[in-house]
Design a protein around this ligand. Sequence first.
Ligand SMILES: [Zn+2]
Ligand SMILES: [Zn+2]
Ligand SMILES: [Zn+2]
Length: 119
Amino acid sequence: MAIASDQATSSICSHCDRAIPSSNIDLHYAHCSRNLEQCKVCGDMVARKYAEEHFLSTHAPVSCSLCSETMEREILPVHKGIGKVSEFQELKQGRMSVAEYEAKFAELAQCSTYGGYRA
Ligand SMILES: [Zn+2]
Ligand SMILES: [Zn+2]
Ligand SMILES: [Zn+2]
């Protein structure tokens, strides 16, 4: 019934590395080790049944919506040109003509971002 023992002390769960109240550690560990696993990519604890979903939605390569090329998630913004904002600003400061600017834009963006950009 009254399991209100020492809530103050906590133990580190060896599975998820979090501090858990000692009174709960056994229960927590049983649950934790059965249901959670550590993502090998980002180190986050994810529910076992969602591990694949986590991987697919967080780490799996994505395909560019513009040219359907598959690439690492990290480089997609750069590929699409979004990651090049600072370069665009440098270009602007260099006072290029619009035509030059457009040419440079296309070159940097690799794929035709510009076509769908006019919405
Ligand atoms: Zn745990
Ligand atoms: Zn992850
Ligand atoms: Zn593309």
